[in-house]
Design a protein around this ligand. Structure first.
Ligand code: ATP
Ligand code: MG
Length: 200
C-alpha cells in the first residue's frame, strides 16, 4: 500500500502590474515539473513604491490576475496579500497559506531567479525554508551567480525563453505600442477599459 500523496500547492507571488505570459508560462512549467495540484497567484499588497513608481490599484491587479488565470482549472488567485495592511513580506504570505491549507500540504513558492537571489540576502531565511520549497525561474538576462543556495530548499527551473516583463508591457502601453500576445487578450482589453499605464 502506498501512502496517500500530500497535496502540492504552488504559490506565485508578484505585483502582476500587469500579469503577462511570462508569469503564466512559468507557473505552468513549474506545475508540470513538480506535479503541483494547484498554483495560487498572490498579488502583492498596495503601499509599495516599486522602483519609485506608483503601483496600480490592488483591485486592478487582482482582477487582471483573475482574468488571466480563469480558464485554467489548476490556477487560482488569493487576496491574502492585498488585504493585509502594510508592505508584503513573503514570510507573512507563507504563514497565512500554511494556516489556510493546514500542515498536510507541501508548499512551493515560485519566484523569478532575480527575486530569489534578493531573498537569499535576507536574514531569518530559516523559517522561510521550513515553510516552503523555493523554486527560482530563470528568464533571459537573469542568472543566479554563486547564489549559496541552502541544501534541498531551493530548485532552479529554466522557463522556455520568454523575455516578457511587466515593465516592458507598461512602457509599450504608454508609447502606444501593442501588447497583444505579450499578455492574455482579456488583459489587453482590461488595460484599455481602465486606461492603465497611460501616464508616467
Ligand atoms: P516588473 O517588470 O514590474 O518588475 P515583472 O515582469 O518582474 O514586473 P512581477 O509581478 O514583479 O513581474 O513578477 C512576479 C514574479 O514572476 C517575480 O518573481 C518575477 O521574477 C517572475 N517573473 C516575471 N516575469 C517572468 C518571466 N518572463 N519568466 C519567468 N518568471 C518571471
Ligand atoms: Mg520584477
Amino acid at each position: 500500500m502506498t501512502a496517500p500523496q500530500r497535496r502540492r500547492i504552488g504559490i506565485m507571488g508578484g505585483t502582476f502590474d500587469p500579469i503577462h505570459h511570462g508569469h503564466l508560462v512559468a507557473a505552468s512549467e513549474v506545475a508540470h515539473l513538480f506535479r503541483l495540484d494547484e498554483v495560487v497567484f498572490v498579488p502583492t499588497g498596495q503601499p509599495w513604491m516599486k522602483e519609485g513608481r506608483k503601483t496600480s490599484a490592488a483591485e486592478d491587479r487582482y482582477l487582471m490576475t483573475v482574468i488571466a488565470t480563469a480558464s485554467n482549472p489548476r490556477f487560482s488567485v488569493s487576496r491574502v496579500d492585498i488585504e493585509r495592511p502594510g508592505l508584503t513580506y513573503t514570510i507573512d504570505t507563507l504563514r497565512e497559506m500554511r494556516e489556510i491549507y493546514g500542515p498536510d500540504v507541501e508548499l512551493y513558492f515560485i519566484t523569478g531567479a532575480d527575486a530569489l537571489a534578493q531573498m537569499l540576502t535576507w536574514r531569518d531565511t530559516d523559517e522561510l525554508f521550513r515553510l516552503a520549497h523555493f523554486i527560482g525561474c530563470t528568464r533571459p538576462g537573469h542568472h543566479l551567480a554563486d547564489p549559496g543556495l541552502p541544501e534541498g530548499g531551493v530548485s532552479l527551473v529554466e522557463v522556455p525563453a520568454l523575455a516578457i516583463s511587466s515593465t516592458e508591457c507598461r512602457e509599450r502601453v504608454r508609447a502606444g505600442e501593442p501588447v497583444w500576445y505579450l499578455v492574455p487578450d482579456g488583459i489587453v482589453q482590461y488595460i484599455n477599459k481602465r486606461g492603465l499605464y497611460r501616464d508616467g
